[in-house]
Write a protein that binds this ligand. Structure first.
Ligand SMILES: Cc1cc2nc3c(=O)[nH]c(=O)nc-3n(C[C@H](O)[C@H](O)[C@H](O)COP(=O)(O)OP(=O)(O)OC[C@H]3O[C@@H](n4cnc5c(N)ncnc54)[C@H](O)[C@@H]3O)c2cc1C
Length: 365
């Protein structure tokens, strides 16, 4: 294999020098940028699309946090490890449930407003595999509001380049030195002390996926050619309920719908699975139905019976249903699983270190 996929000569390309490069402006890249700014560093964020296009922006259901009165990080840990069926790295789970909670509390103290009830208490929804209601949300546009909030906090304190791909990662004896970036007409080199890969997952390699990108996971190829170790690439999460209309994209129907009471039914209108089991189990049960030539539907009517308005509580879902003329057929929304989240990817320590000096990986990548 050639070390580089593309042909270039760095001596002939325009170049810049910077302290730290972050690839990606989703929640993970923006969070790293926020902490670098606190350390007095002005990082450069590079994204292949404009800021508003990322999976972080699309996140609907909300963020799992053990913040409820009946909850604790210990319970969140136990639920996660149980759903992981023996393959979780437990120290990483501890770090996720503890620092995740701290981070959410920081954001609330900084002014991020999650949905509250009429008494001013945070509203928490249930999702699959969680023994407590612990999903904080902002309607069904949680990622949109969180990403915007973070970006506004740092937008004047960073350098930003949008519309550029990472062409190649440059190394010298297993040490990062820079990147070659390109758009349709320009190619240039940026040298830096360190590189943070926050470029999201690779679920778009599957035809049916819920991702914001048509092409995704390209950084995995860059990383591999640069000698960065990859791990568990076969671990992909399939979300059970993406809209299923032939030749149409697999738009997500958030799990929070099932958390609020929506049920899965077969062609005869019969339930066939506990909808709040872990996603792999629910997705497999639906897939089995399709293998038998049957279709599966999400019935949202129990939510409406609880007095919750789909239009108010789930504006993204409502808009989607309306687009496909399904808003008056909420008891029979066709669904099937779709690739949703990459659990494998770049191998990194819990501090984000990769196998190449000076290169870090955070978030879904
Ligand atoms: C529809 C949908 C709904 C979801 N809902 C939830 C939810 O409710 N709760 C939850 O916890 N999780 C949810 N997830 C998962 C979650 O949103 C993602 O795992 C998370 O946002 C990933 O964040 P990230 O910062 O790692 O990557 P992303 O948000 O995907 O950002 C990646 C960034 O990298 C840039 N990039 C990628 N490749 C390149 C390249 N080659 N060159 C330059 N830039 C590049 C992109 O332009 C983008 O800015 C959802 C995912 C989807 C798809």
């Amino acid at each position: 294999m050639y070390r580089y996929l593309t042909e270039f000569n760095t001596n002939n390309l325009p170049f810049e020098k910077i302290d730290t490069i972050i690839v990606g402006a989703g929640l993970s890249g923006l969070t790293v940028a926020k902490y670098l700014v606190k350390l007095g560093i002005k990082p450069l964020i590079i994204t292949k699309k404009e800021i508003g296009i990322s999976n972080s922006f699309l996140a609907q259901g909300g963020i799992a946090t053990a913040i409820g009165k009946d909850d604790s990080p210990e319970l969140h840990f136990l639920d996660t490890v149980k759903a992981g069926k023996g393959i979780c790295i437990e120290n990483n789970v501890i770090s996720m449930v503890e620092t995740g909670l701290e981070e959410v509390i920081n954001l609330i103290n900084e002014g991020l407003e999650f949905d509250k009830d009429c008494k001013g208490n945070l509203k928490l929804t249930k999702e699959g595999a969680h023994s407590r209601s612990r999903i904080l949300h902002i309607k069904d546009k949680t990622g949109y509001y969180m990403t915007k909030f973070l970006f506004n906090q740092i937008k004047n304190k960073i350098y930003l380049i949008t519309g550029y791909f990472i062409d190649e990662i440059l190394t010298d004896e297993n040490r990062f030195i820079g990147v070659v970036i390109c758009n349709k007409s320009l190619r240039k080199v940026i040298y830096a002390k360190s590189l943070v890969l926050a470029s999201g997952g690779y679920s778009p390699i599957y035809l049916r996926n819920t991702s914001a990108y048509k092409i995704g996971g390209d950084i995995i190829g860059n990383a591999f050619r640069a000698g960065i170790y990859l791990k568990d690439m076969e671990f992909i999460q399939f979300h059970p309920t993406a809209l299923y209309i032939e030749n149409q994209p697999a738009y997500l129907l958030t799990e929070a719908l099932r958390g609020e009471g929506a049920v899965l039914v077969d062609e005869k209108g019969k339930r066939f699975i506990d909808e709040l089991k872990p996603r792999d189990e629910v997705a497999k049960a639906i897939y089995k139905k399709y293998l038998n030539g049957e279709k599966v539907y999400l019935d949202l009517s129990p939510i409406v019976k609880k007095g919750i308005s789909i239009k108010e509580r789930y504006p993204t879902v409502y808009k989607l249903l309306k687009t496909y003329g399904l808003e008056n057929q909420i008891n029979k929304v066709p669904v099937s699983p779709a690739a949703h989240f990459s659990m494998g990817g770049i191998e990194a320590t819990s501090y984000g270190r990769t196998s190449v000096d000076g290169i870090f990986a955070v978030g879904e990548v």
